[in-house]
Design a protein around this ligand. Structure first.
Ligand SMILES: [Zn+2]
Length: 62
């Protein structure tokens, strides 16, 4: 998936250039990479089913 395409699967995506993780929802458009602001390829990483899981994913817990 690349920047400006429409999201067809809710999930966690990773930008190919910087490995930035972003959650996109169905019907959204893929953004530019939040880190380098370039047009980028988004790799589907993980399904998002539980909103609580989203919070954990975006936290800094390691
Ligand atoms: Zn980037």
């Amino acid at each position: 998936m690349r920047t400006s395409e429409t999201v067809t699967d809710l999930g966690l995506y990773t930008s190919e250039c910087c490995s930035e993780k972003v959650i996109f929802d169905v019907g959204d458009s893929f953004r530019r990479c939040p880190k380098c602001h370039a047009l980028c390829i988004w790799e589907f990483e993980d399904e998002v089913v539980d909103p609580e899981e989203v919070k954990r994913e975006s936290g800094v817990a390691a």
